[in-house]
Ligand binder design. Structure first.
Ligand code: ARG
Length: 572
C-alpha cells in the first residue's frame, strides 16, 4: 500500500479545492493517536507564505477533507494543522488490496529501477573477521535484499582485503614460522599468527625485513611462485570465510577483492596526474581539497601513492569506482563500512567528483559493537571475539533458551531451530539498532522471547502459523474481505497498512531498523487483537475478515524477517 501517496493525493485535492493551492499537504502520522490517525501540516507554511492567519486557511481545508470519501473526521487544531481520522471502511478497503497481493504483500516496486553496487563485509586476509565485519555483513546483506525487493538491480560485492604490503611479510613469515597443516585447517588463525611473528621479527632483523620487501616486490611484479603462494593464502582463507558466510546464510554476487584492481592502479595514477587532480607533496602523490569547505580543514590529504611508489587502499578504491562505472554500469555505489572510515570515503567521493565520475556514492556507516561493560567487545582472555566462535555460541545459547522456555520443538529439530533462532538473534540485535549508534552486545536481551528481539519475532510468527495449521487454512488463500469493528482490529489494520511505505523508506534511507520497528509493533498489536478477538471460533464474514488479518500479519512478519535475513520457524 502506498499509504503516503494515497493520503498525499487526498490532502492535495482538499487544498486545491479549498484554497486553489498546489502547495504540498505535508501529511504525517498523528503525534497523538487520540486526536486522529494523521495530521495535515501543509497549511502552516502556506499561510506564512501568503501572510494569512493559518487557522483561517485551515478551516476550509478541513471542511473539504470532511466531505471526502473515507474521511471520518477532519479538525483544525493547534496553530493550524488538521487532525485527520479515516473511516474503518476506508482502512479496510485499502488493506483488502494488500491481502490479495500474495506476491508482494502490499509492497509496490520503484518507478525507476537503478543498478546499485553494495560493497559489504570486506574482511582481510590474515586477520580474523571480527565483530566489526559482522555488522557490515549483516547490514549489507539486509540492504541487498531490501533494495532488490523494492525493485532495484543490486550487485552485492565483497571487497576482500587480499592485497597489500603485508604479503611480503606473510611469504617470508610462512617460510620461517609457518605450519602447512594449520594453514589448511584454519587459514585465518595461522596467517594471523605468522603475521604477528613476522612483523615483530622484521622490526629487529633488517635482513628479514629486506627479504620481506624483496618478496613483496616479486609478488607485485608477477613472480609465478609468489603469486601461487599468495593465491594459496587467499584460497585457504576463503574456505574459513565461507564457513562463516554459510552459517550466516549470506552470499555475494561478486568477490572482487583489492587484488582484482591491481592492474588498473598505474592507469588510475596517470589519470589523477593528467587531470591535475593529484600532485606531489613530500614525495607522495596526494589529492588536496582546498575548494571543499569541510575537507580543506582536514590535515591529511588523500594519499594515492606513497613515497616508495606503492599504491594504497585509496588508490584501489578509486579503481574500484571506475570499474563499477565501466563494467557494471552502476549508477550507485554503497559502502557498508565502519563509521571510523568516514574521512576515507568523504575524500574518495570528493576525488571521484574531481575525476568526473558521475555516480551516486554513499558511505553507509555504522557504530561499534560494545560489551555489556560499554567497552569494545572482547573475550575473557582479551582477544577480540572471532565471528566463528560468536556464532557457535549463539546457537548453543539459543538451544538452551528454547529448552528453558519449554517451547514446542521436537528433539530432532532442535539443532535447526536453535540455529535459526541463535543466528537470527544476532542479526536482529544488530539490525534493530539505528546503525549509526554503538550498541551493547548482550546475550540475554538478544536471545529473548520477549521484547524487540529476533526470537520474539520468530515466536510471534510461529504462533500465527499455528492458527492456520489448526484451522487447516492456507494463509495464501485467506483473502476474505476485511471488516473492522473491534478497536484492536482497527489498530492492527492501521499498522499493517504502513508496510509498503516502511519497506521503501527503510530501503531508500538504508535503515533496516525501520523494518524491525514495524515488525515489533505489528507483533504486539497482533497479540492484543488475538486476545480480544476470537478467530477460528468466530463465524461467517467476521471469521473471514479476521483470518485475512492473521494472514497479512503472518506474511508481513515472514517478508520482513526474510528481508532482514532471518529464517522463520513454522512451529515452536
Ligand atoms: N577491508 C576493509 C576493512 O576491513 C573494508 C573494505 C571496505 N570496502 C571498500 N571498498 N573500501 O576495513
Amino acid at each position: 500500500m502506498r499509504l503516503e501517496r494515497t493520503l498525499n493525493e487526498l490532502g492535495q485535492a482538499a487544498m486545491q479545492k479549498a484554497l486553489q493551492s498546489d502547495a504540498p499537504p505535508v501529511i504525517r502520522r498523528a503525534s497523538d493517536p487520540k486526536h486522529g490517525d494523521f495530521q495535515l501540516n501543509g497549511v502552516l507554511p502556506l499561510a506564512k507564505q501568503m501572510k494569512k492567519a493559518p487557522r483561517e486557511l485551515a478551516v476550509p481545508v478541513a471542511e473539504a477533507l470532511s466531505a471526502m470519501d473515507g474521511v471520518e473526521k477532519a479538525e483544525v487544531a493547534g496553530p493550524g494543522f488538521i487532525n485527520l481520522t479515516m473511516s474503518k471502511e476506508w482502512l479496510a478497503r485499502q488493506l483488502d488490496g494488500d491481502v490479495q497481493d500474495v506476491a508482494r504483500d502490499g509492497v509496490h516496486t520503484v518507478a525507476e529501477r537503478t543498478r546499485i553496487v553494495i560493497d559489504f563485509s570486506g574482511p582481510n586476509i590474515a586477520k580474523q573477521m571480527h565483530v566489526g565485519h559482522l555488522r557490515s555483513t549483516i547490514l549489507g546483506a539486509a540492504l541487498v535484499e531490501m533494495l532488490r525487493f523494492v525493485g532495484h538491480e543490486v550487485i552485492g560485492d565483497n571487497h576482500l582485503g587480499d592485497w597489500g604490503t603485508q604479503f611480503g611479510l606473510l611469504i617470508v613469515g610462512m617460510r620461517t614460522f609457518g605450519d602447512e597443516a594449520a594453514l589448511e585447517a584454519n587459514a585465518i588463525t595461522e596467517l594471523e599468527r605468522v603475521y604477528k611473528l613476522a612483523s615483530a621479527k622484521a622490526k629487529e632483523d633488517t635482513t628479514f625485513a629486506d627479504a620481506a620487501r624483496a618478496e613483496l616486490a616479486k609478488l607485485q611484479s608477477g613472480d609465478p611462485e609468489n603469486r601461487a603462494t599468495w593465491a594459496r593464502f587467499v584460497a585457504t582463507t576463503r574456505k574459513s570465510l565461507d564457513e562463516v558466510y554459510a552459517k550466516l546464510g549470506v552470499t555475494f554476487d561478486e568477490w572482487l577483492g583489492e587484488s582484482a584492481y591491481d592492474s588498473m592502479l598505474a592507469g588510475v595514477i596517470d589519470e589523477l596526474v593528467n587531470k591535475g587532480v593529484a600532485r606531489e607533496d613530500q614525495g607522495a602523490l596526494c589529492v588536496f581539497f582546498e575548494d571543499d569547505p569541510e575537507l580543506s580543514k582536514v590535515e591529511t590529504p588523500f594519499i594515492v601513492r606513497k613515497k616508495d611508489g606503492a599504491a594504497l587502499y585509496a588508490t584501489t578504491d578509486i579503481a574500484t569506482l571506475m570499474y563499477r562505472r565501466d563494467k557494471f554500469h552502476a549508477s550507485e555505489s554503497l559502502y557498508v563500512v565502519d563509521a571510523r572510515q568516514a574521512l576515507h570515503f568523504k575524500q574518495l567521493f570528493a576525488t571521484a567528483r574531481k575525476l568526473g565520475i558521475e555516480m551516486k556514492m554513499e558511505h553507509v556507516g555504522f557504530g561499534s559493537i560494545l560489551g555489556t561493560d560499554g567497552k569494545p567487545l572482547k573475550t575473557r582472555d582479551g582477544v577480540s571475539v572471532t565471528l566463528a566462535s560468536l556464532l557457535d555460541e549463539a546457537e548453543t545459547r539459543a538451544a538452551a533458551r528454547i529448552r528453558e522456555e519449554g517451547l514446542d520443538v521436537p528433539e530432532d529439530e532442535l539443532l535447526k531451530v536453535a540455529s535459526a533462532v541463535g543466528i537470527g538473534a544476532v542479526k536482529y540485535a544488530d539490525l534493530r539498532q539505528n546503525r549509526v549508534s554503538d550498541y551493547q552486545f548482550d546475550w540475554d536481551k538478544m536471545i529473548s522471547f520477549k521484547g524487540n528481539a529476533g526470537p520474539y519475532m520468530q515466536y510471534a510468527y510461529a504462533r500465527i502459523a499455528s492458527i492456520f495449521r489448526k484451522g487447516e487454512i492456507d494463509p495464501l488463500d485467506a483473502n476474505g474481505k476485511l471488516s473492522l469493528t473491534e478497536p484492536t482490529e482497527v489498530s492492527l489494520a492501521k499498522e499493517l497498512l504502513r508496510f509498503g511505505d516502511v519497506v521503501h523508506h527503510a530501503a531508500e534511507t538504508h535503515q533496516p531498523h525501520l523494518i524491525c520497528d514495524h515488525l515489533y509493533s505489528i507483533a504486539r498489536l497482533f497479540s492484543a487483537f488475538y486476545e480480544a478477538c476470537p478467530v477460528l471460533k468466530s463465524t461467517d464474514s467476521v471469521r473471514e475478515s479476521r483470518i485475512a488479518l492473521c494472514s497479512l500479519t503472518l506474511r508481513q512478519l515472514r517478508r520482513g524477517l526474510h528481508l532482514l535475513g532471518l529464517q522463520v520457524v513454522e512451529r515452536m
